[in-house]
Ligand binder design. Structure first.
Ligand SMILES: NC(=O)c1ccc[n+]([C@@H]2O[C@H](COP(=O)([O-])OP(=O)(O)OC[C@H]3O[C@@H](n4cnc5c(N)ncnc54)[C@H](OP(=O)(O)O)[C@@H]3O)[C@@H](O)[C@H]2O)c1
Length: 275
């Protein structure tokens, strides 16, 4: 399996590192250990309040900037005229870099002027602040609208794991060359102790968390960004790339058959997921 996903708009590591809730000196140490183990994609956001730590971790790693795929996001109350650019510039400053590999709208705003917002995002790409742009938490209908506007977006980052279906969305992302980035791929950690997934792991000497990640990693056009604070779990999650090659058709069918209606991230400003 290729460890990267290559599309017309970007080349992104299939397995990246989520940084939500990693902040302060401890958070920075986790980011540094992830990079030292071989993670080459970092996911942050202005809302996480940890861009300084992410930037410092990148610097401490000694890796050239070009080897790291860096994603950040603009919060949904910064989508007004002029605000997106200001938010992006502030993120770049905190991160200590002059470009992002991917810049995302973190959540759709209920009252946003989608064509204008997408146009403002596109300007960032044209001006070199972001190598690619995208969205997050966009349901299928809204994503189709973006495609119809002709705006070249590289990714839609949404909650996706073995207990939540994204079939409707994949029907829009795949034919349009848009990467679906699976956030909370471990169901905020819950899947790591699911006995049904543990039983599948036992057949491979693997943990439930590794099985849950491997199930996602083997899917076409899907990138995965688990968060893990500790070195051991960071390493275990990286090994899911190998497990993805070993899962059998029977294993996959068992995971496919699990209920797929469990959403762990659903704040009150969420869009209508069925839209
Ligand atoms: N765009 C959005 O709106 C959005 C929303 C949510 C998340 N995200 C992104 O997606 C990333 C991942 O999602 P998430 O942080 O919500 O949840 P997650 O990755 O599904 O789960 C993280 C939890 O799983 C635990 N864990 C990790 N690896 C494990 C393993 N091998 N065995 C057992 N437990 C393990 C972690 O423990 P410890 O860390 O305590 O060790 C943590 O409690 C975020 O960090 C963020 O970058 C984006």
């Amino acid at each position: 399996m290729n460890d990267r996903i290559d599309t017309r708009l970007l080349s992104i590591p299939r397995l990246g590192f989520g940084t939500w809730r990693l902040s302060g000196a401890e958070g920075q140490a986790s980011i540094e250990s992830a990079l030292s183990l071989g993670y080459r994609a970092l996911d942050t956001a202005e809302m996480y309040g940890n861009e300084v730590e992410v930037g410092a971790g990148m610097k401490a790693s000694g890796l050239p900037r070009g080897e790291i795929f860096l994603t950040s996001k603009v919060w949904w109350d910064h989508l007004g005229p002029g605000q997106i650019r200001a938010a992006c510039e502030a993120s770049l400053q905190r991160l200590g870099t002059d470009y992002l590999d991917l810049y995302l709208i973190h959540w759709p705003a209920p009252d946003m002027d989608l064509p204008r917002v997408m146009h403002d995002m596109l300007r960032l790409r044209e001006d070199g602040l972001a190598r690619a742009i995208g969205v997050a938490n966009f349901p299928a209908g809204m994503l189709r609208h973006v495609v119809e506007l002709g705006v070249p977006i590289a990714a839609n980052q949404v909650e996706y794991h073995a207990l939540l279906s994204q079939e409707r969305l994949l029907k829009v992302t795949r034919p349009n060359g848009i990467v679906l980035t699976a956030y909370s791929p471990l169901g905020r950690g819950q899947l790591a102790s699911d006995p049904r997934i543990q039983a599948i792991g036992a057949r491979h000497g693997a943990s439930a968390a590794q099985v849950a990640l491997a199930w996602l990693l083997r899917q076409d056009g899907v990138a995965v960004i688990p968060k893990a604070a500790r070195l051991e779990t960071q390493r275990a999650n990286l090994a899911a790339l190998e497990l993805a090659e070993k899962l059998t058709e029977a294993d996959v069918a068992e995971i496919d058959a699990l209920p797929k209606d469990q959403r762990y991230v659903n704040p009150e400003f969420s869009p209508d997921w069925a839209a």
